[in-house]
Design a protein around this ligand. Structure first.
Ligand code: PRX
Length: 679
């Protein structure tokens, strides 16, 4: 690795986050002592155990350590095992921190790996997706790999007919229906770059993402079903694309049977577009490093970051981690409940399971429609064997009551998973007892939009501790560092980092190189260049088990969804009556956090109770239901540093009744007193 010490200075920054202020090192207050051994049968027959035996590893620890030290050789083997290459690569890794190139010179396409090779082989009649529509009177659909290939090819040809070519961006704004993965795969197939925008974002959220990506086409639906009702979606696209000159066409899937205006020359019905296309389409031979997708995620500023991922890496690590962590066998039915609008859906509803040739569930709607027995019915009827969901869903079921999991026989489940936010030990135990008959292991996987795949996670052979994602996975060198880049000793915590690159890591931010370098690489650059700062605080216990404590930056996790405080604040400030706003997360027993806003009104505007829901609704209109503030408070001032930065940490401490620490450096320390205690 080249010595790049000091390069950070030439970038015009030194240290991304002030670690002292963030208190990088903390001590572990609570230590989990319960340990749950993996069931012997599961461990013995697991995919990872087969590999360990072949390689002669005696223990899990030895295997995890060896693959970390020899990560290049490890990923070389995995790339050859899990992916089919049109042309082999000449070099496994070219690492010029902070830029990694994996499988240099290799030619590949993830759509070929996910669909074509199965459709042309023994798995052609295997079901790729089982789709359960939300309305109970609509039948379940089963899509085989052969069907999927035809549908992807028709849309790929359809996109070509609209002039979409390699490198063009296509925004996908859709609910959870089979056409969503089909749209992603069709883009990948022809080398277009997809940018999926979660359908819970409003026209404003979609607009900023389409503008930034300069998308040529937007794919959407007339509407979608939510709690039994058809709701419109296309009008959001009309509004969002009113000022986006790059958008030439909007392709509309007829899903909800809602009457929507179609603009001649611009809007195209999906079914009409694909009807006239051939169901044969060759996959574009992509360079391993060619961009596959952009996925916007929230960071510390109000502007979402366009995280870029590539074809080569995406053919390898989602599939390999899914195979090892969730032990996917040919007979399994895998259900990752995440929406495809987030990274979990990209990696573990689309690319990972399809590259493995697995069968996956897609469910369109709410877990409690028509009541809380829905998921259990789906599990039972479709013989779901591996379930991967979020702590917020577990806590929601926990609150709804123990009776619901008993409404159906769910003994077909053999393994459980969790992702998106820390799972508290109480929810972990409830999940194991009520979904897992008191015996199924829970794979608590820690990862991010930026990482593309799990980084810290148990394997089906790992002794588990509730609330811990356990250890870095094979092939990764994840650690927890103090502010001087020393690994923290057992019993304390610090910043979670990766000391080495991995194939599905982000490559860049779309058109924002400076921010890419600053956010992930600058903090430890002068001490150890090439250290990836994840942005989470974590602790390690005496046995080396990780526990994730949450973000070091101002990013909220509401029901597992990543939302930046700054984005919600700027939505509030866009209301004509608002002068300034500060947003914090308040702990919530189901959603993990809910959004609380402190608003300073413009001079002369009366602070009335009626105005509060109006402002909350305004945020919903600008950003979408996903960012809805639960409570709004009016204040005259908010604490700020002398440079004008809002001190959300201080506001949060005061509002929650916690010690605020030293506030003498604030420009307006008196403002702290006026922050109300929130219930
Ligand atoms: O804070 C961590 C939390 O989610 C963040 C990443 O959010 P996003 O990019 O939206 O991806 C979510 C799905 C991978 C992380 O920085 N997080 C994710 N998984 C866990 C977690 N926190 C604790 N435990 C997890 N298993």
């Amino acid at each position: 690795m080249p010595d790049l010490r000091g390069v950070g200075k030439t970038w015009g920054f030194k240290g991304g986050y002030k670690l002292a202020e963030q208190k990088a090192t903390t001590s572990v207050l609570y230590e989990e002592t319960r340990v749950f051994e993996a069931p012997r049968d599961l461990a013995e027959n697991s995919n990872v155990m087969q590999w360990m035996k072949k390689k002669g590893f005696k223990s899990e620890r030895e295997m995890r350590a060896w693959t970390g030290q020899n990560f290049i050789a490890f990923w070389d083997e995995m790339a050859k095992t899990y992916a089919d290459w049109f042309e082999p690569y000449a070099q496994v890794l070219n690492w010029q921190p902070p830029y990694a190139k994996w499988f240099v010179g290799g030619k590949i396409n993830v759509a070929y790996n996910a669909v074509d090779r199965h459709a042309a082989g023994a798995k052609k009649d295997k079901v790729a997706y089982i789709f359960v529509p939300e309305p109970v009177d609509q039948p379940t659909q089963k899509i085989t790999y052969a069907d999927l290939a035809k549908r992807v090819n028709k849309l790929a040809n359809g996109l070509k007919s609209l002039g979409v070519a390699k490198g063009d961006r296509v925004s996908i704004y859709m609910p959870m229906i089979p056409e969503t993965p089909i749209a992603m795969l069709a883009c990948a197939k022809i080398g277009a770059i997809h940018s999926v925008v979660f359908s819970g974002f409003s026209a404003g959220g979609l607009n900023s993402r389409v503008l930034d990506a300069e998308s040529k086409v937007v794919i959407t639906t007339d509407g979608f079903f939510r709690r039994g009702k058809p709701l419109p979606l296309k009008p959001n696209v009309d509004e969002a694309t009113a000022n986006t000159p790059s958008v030439k066409n909007v392709v509309v899937v007829k899903r909800a049977g809602i009457d929507v205006p179609m603009k001649a020359g611009k809007d195209v019905w999906y079914h009409e577009l694909v009807a006239k296309q051939s169901d044969v389409c060759e996959s574009e031979k992509m360079d391993a490093e060619d961009r596959l997708f952009i996925l916007y995620t929230s960071g510390t500023t109000g502007k979402p970051k366009g995280i870029e991922h590539v074809h080569g890496g995406y053919c390898v690590t989602p599939a390999q981690t899914l195979s090892w962590v969730f032990d996917i066998k040919d007979s399994d039915v895998w259900w990752c409940t995440a929406d495809v609008g987030w990274i979990t859906g990209h990696s573990y509803v689309v690319y990972g399971p399809l590259c493995l040739g697995a069968t996956s569930m897609i469910y369109e709607g709410s877990p409690d429609y028509p009541d809380f027995s829905r998921w259990f019915k789906i599990i039972n009827e479709n013989k779901v064997s591996v379930l991967y969901t979020a702590p917020t869903a577990v806590r929601m079921f926990m609150k709804a009551g123990d009776k619901w999991p008993k409404t159906h026989d769910i003994s077909c489940l053999r393994l459980l998973g969790s992702v998106g936010e820390p799972i508290n030990p109480e929810a972990w135990i409830w999940y194991r007892n009520n979904f897992g008959a008191g015996k199924l292991p829970i794979m608590d996987t820690w990862w991010q939009t930026e990482t593309g795949c799990f980084l810290v996670s148990p394997l089906p052979i790992t002794p588990l501790k509730p609330g811990s994602p356990t250890f870095p996975l094979p092939g990764f060198n994840v650690d927890i560092l103090d502010e001087d880049a020393n690994p923290v000793p057992p019993g304390s915590g610090g910043n979670i980092v990766s000391n080495s690159p991995w194939p599905s890591m982000l490559r860049a931010f779309f058109r924002d190189e400076v921010r890419y370098k600053k956010e992930y690489w600058s903090t430890y650059w002068d001490i150890r260049p090439g250290t990836y700062l994840a942005g989470d605080k974590a602790t390690k216990d005496k046995d080396g088990y990780f526990t994730i404590q949450g973000r070091i930056d101002d990013v909220l996790k509401v029901a597992g969804h990543r939302i930046s405080n700054a984005e919600v604040e700027s939505a509030l400030v866009s209301h004509p009556k608002v002068a300034e706003a500060a947003v914090i997360g308040k702990p919530d027993e189901v959603k993990g956090e809910v959004i609380v806003a402190f608003v300073i009104l413009k001079t002369g505007i009366e602070a009335t109770e009626d105005l509060k829901p109006i402002l909350a609704k305004h945020v919903r209109t600008v950003l979408g239901p996903v960012a809805y503030p639960e409570v709004v408070y009016f204040v005259n001032d908010v604490p700020k540093t002398r440079s004008g930065k809002i001190m959300r940490r201080v506001i949060k401490a005061k509002a929650l009744g916690n010690p605020v620490g030293d506030i003498s450096a604030l420009a307006n320390p008196e403002s702290v007193e006026a922050i109300p205690l929130i219930k």
